[in-house]
Write a protein of this length. Structure first.
Length: 204
């Protein structure tokens, strides 16, 4: 059996050279786009009108695990820089939360924050009850400022389930518990005890 060749570490700075070469290539593409791209040769006001027509939707955009940004945002650096926040702030994003599982919400918010967007409009729909996952959601609100139901308007089909989740989120957001998660957990446990008397599903 032929032996696999071990990758040898080079001390000649080739990694830095490759990085600089890539930067030069990207800059060359940017410079070429400025002179050859028909879109980028248009006046800024006209470009903004095209961005709005292309990117802004009348209906909410469904947030899914593999949500891809529009092709226009991935075309080149300048179009992305000029249109990214328009896409984020002018659209509404719809996200379904099953059994209070916020993994998709946290991932989507992290993605938005990485692009410099903190307050995009996210419409959340709730399905199912899971107290342990609701506690994970509350901990994320307490620790990281993750979006909660208390940040959003009441849904059209507002019910007791949503009321419980909103109450839990209000507790997680209390300034009194800013540095004391244990006290926050105690009050959340009291809430669970009360609501479980009317709906035993929250005890599971």
């Amino acid at each position: 059996m032929a032996q696999k060749r071990k990758r040898q570490k080079t001390a000649d700075g080739s990694g830095k050279q490759n990085k600089k070469q890539k930067q030069h290539q990207n800059q060359a593409i940017t410079d070429r786009n400025k002179t050859q791209s028909k879109l980028l040769s248009l006046p800024p006001g006209l470009r903004n009108a095209i961005y709005e027509y292309t990117l802004v939707r009348k209906k909410p955009i469904n947030v899914i695990p593999r949500l891809k940004q529009p092709a226009l945002l991935r075309a080149c650096r300048q179009t992305r820089k000029e249109s990214l926040k328009l896409w984020c702030y002018s659209n509404k994003f719809a996200l379904r939360t099953h059994n209070c599982d916020t993994s998709l919400l946290i991932k989507f918010e992290s993605h938005l924050k990485a692009t410099g967007v903190d307050d995009a409009e996210i419409l959340m729909a709730l399905y199912g009850k899971d107290w342990s996952k609701l506690m994970v959601w509350c901990k994320a609100i307490w620790e990281q400022g993750t979006r909660g139901m208390n940040d959003a308007e009441r849904s059209e089909d507002y019910d007791a389930e949503e009321a419980v989740i909103r109450a839990a989120h209000r507790i997680a957001m209390k300034a009194d518990f800013e540095d004391d998660w244990a006290r926050c957990e105690e009050e959340l446990a009291e809430l669970r005890f009360v609501v479980s008397r009317f709906d035993g599903a929250w005890l599971r």
